[in-house]
Write a protein that binds this ligand. Structure first.
Ligand code: BES
Ligand code: MN
Ligand code: MN
Length: 463
């Protein structure tokens, strides 16, 4: 693959411009106001896969937003790589905190990205990372170096919990048959220290409503005599953690996998500075479960967080009111061993048990997903490692991530294949936040590294 760098150099500007076109379409899956934009994005991806020479490029209908499928099958005796990614993005809100419009991509330098980073919603999560694969396969096809078969499955509902993907996968098992799934939708340690994501946390996402009186009340006439649902909800939420910041839901940790001392010692070798971590977030101190390091707290340990809380009066000025209702969205990140259906049930029962008789409580469940861990002695991991070693001139470190991509566990169960998570984003890229960005260095490094994965994976599969 000697032409790799040359091809990249000759097409750099076009690679950036094509990604910009993708980033300009606001494919927000959570908000139906963007319905047509999500579909337009699928259409643009279809065109881009056709242009690079893929066959059978299709926009596949699902009960929700479509999946874009494409393939280049060169020989049934060779292995097949299935690329998964998503073309939908998170809402851009709060828009006023963006320094440039979220769907008008620009390149600006940052501390972590002295060579410049592309600022736009979806730049890193996941349009930029997904598109690296399209460009890597473009290189392989254009230079007659595609060593194996490849399939693409790019979905449009990842950011809302992939509600249609299970249906799609179950109904297209033969079409999706593969030897390995390749995903770039995670991160790495730094631009000089690559890492390969070996684990993802599961997720259980709940919504709760506490109801007090049947209508909003004057807080002078009724205050002190009836339950204020916001006060009660706050007390209930406060009871979900104990003084050691452990989660109090009975049975919550029962099946949570515990890492051995050796595994934890291995993890602790990854470069990390608590001082820099605090400085980057403007924190005087970190916070978390007693007995675990920051890196353990955000990867191998389960968590419970309130993601949103509302009720009563939050407008300008003051209003003396006891609201009828208070609400919160509460999510739990899960580790191997924990089943999201069971955890949701445990949460629901416990949360209701915390309520005094003076209020009513409703608990409902949004989406969930199973955690995932992958071995580091597989052919796929070894192939990825070799690829990074060439392009970064440094060996990648295996790293478990705190984020979730629930469909990865589903792929393993339904398609019987492992996923390799070659993420090129940095934690500081602000995914899901205002001013999301993706390093130009990272974008090109991905395009350069992915073809080597194809080569090594195909060669290792033969042995
Ligand atoms: N790409 C992220 C997940 C991710 C990011 C994993 C960085 C590891 C490192 C994905 O798009 C995402 O945001 N997932 C959601 C879950 C989903 C069900 C909405 C998440 O983790 O909150
Ligand atoms: Mn993503
Ligand atoms: Mn995301």
């Amino acid at each position: 693959m000697k032409n790799r760098k040359e091809y990249l150099d000759n097409h750099k500007d076009r690679f950036i411009n094509e990604l910009f076109e993708l980033l300009k379409i606001p494919s927000v899956s959570a908000d139906s106001a963007f319905y047509q934009d999500v579909l337009d994005t699928a259409a643009l991806i279809k065109t881009s896969l056709e242009k690079i020479g893929c066959d059978n490029v299709e926009i596949c209908d699902t009960p929700g937003y479509p999946v874009v499928y494409a393939e280049k099958l060169i020989n049934p005796d060779l292995p097949t790589i299935l690329v998964y990614g998503h073309y939908d993005v998170q809402p851009a809100d709060p828009i006023h905190l963006w320094n440039s419009p979220p769907f008008d991509p620009v390149i600006k330098k940052t501390e972590a990205h002295p060579e410049g980073a592309i600022f736009a919603r979806g730049a890193c999560d996941d349009k930029g990372q997904m598109f690296m694969h399209v460009k890597a396969v473009e290189y392989l096809i254009a230079n007659n170096e595609l060593p194996c078969n490849v399939k693409f499955m790019i979905e449009g509902e990842e950011e809302i919990g992939s509600p249609s993907l299970e249906w799609f996968v179950k109904n297209h098992k033969e079409k999706l048959r593969n030897d390995i799934i390749l995903i770039s939708d995670t991160g790495m340690i730094s631009n000089t220290q690559p890492s390969i994501t070996t684990g993802l946390r599961g997720l259980s996402y709940m919504e709760v409503t506490v109801t007090g009186p049947n209508r909003d009340l004057h807080s002078g006439l009724y205050g002190g005599a009836v339950a204020n649902p916001i006060n009660i909800l706050s007390q209930m939420i406060a009871k979900l953690h104990d003084e050691n910041n452990s989660i109090t839901i009975p049975g919550f940790y029962k099946n949570a996998e515990i890492l051995s001392t050796e595994e934890r010692a291995e993890m602790a070798k990854a470069p990390f500075s608590l001082e820099e971590y605090k400085a980057a977030l403007d924190l005087n101190d970190v916070h978390g479960e007693l007995g675990y390091t920051t890196n353990e707290r955000n990867s191998i340990r389960p968590t419970l967080d309130v993601n949103g809380i509302w009720g009563g009066y939050a407008g300008e000025g003051a209003k003396t009111v006891i609201p009828s209702k208070a609400h919160a969205k509460i999510s739990m990140r899960l580790v191997p061993g924990q089943d999201h259906v069971e955890i949701s049930e445990l949460f629901s029962n416990y949360f209701k048990s915390l309520a005094p008789a003076s209020v009513k409580v409703e608990v409902s469940s949004h989406h969930g997903g199973h955690p995932y861990v992958t071995p580091i002695d597989s052919i796929g991991y070894r192939a990825a490692k070799m690829a990074y070693e060439t392009t970064f001139e440094n060996s990648p470190i295996p790293q478990r991530s705190g984020g979730s991509i629930p469909i990865v566990a589903l792929f393993e169960n339904e398609l019987n294949s492992k996923s390799i998570l070659m993420g090129f984003g940095l934690d500081s890229d602000a995914i899901h936040s205002p001013n999301e960005h993706f390093g130009v260095f990272n974008y090109f490094k991905g395009i350069e590294t992915i073809p080597l994965f194809y080569k090594h994976f195909t060669e290792l599969s033969k042995k």
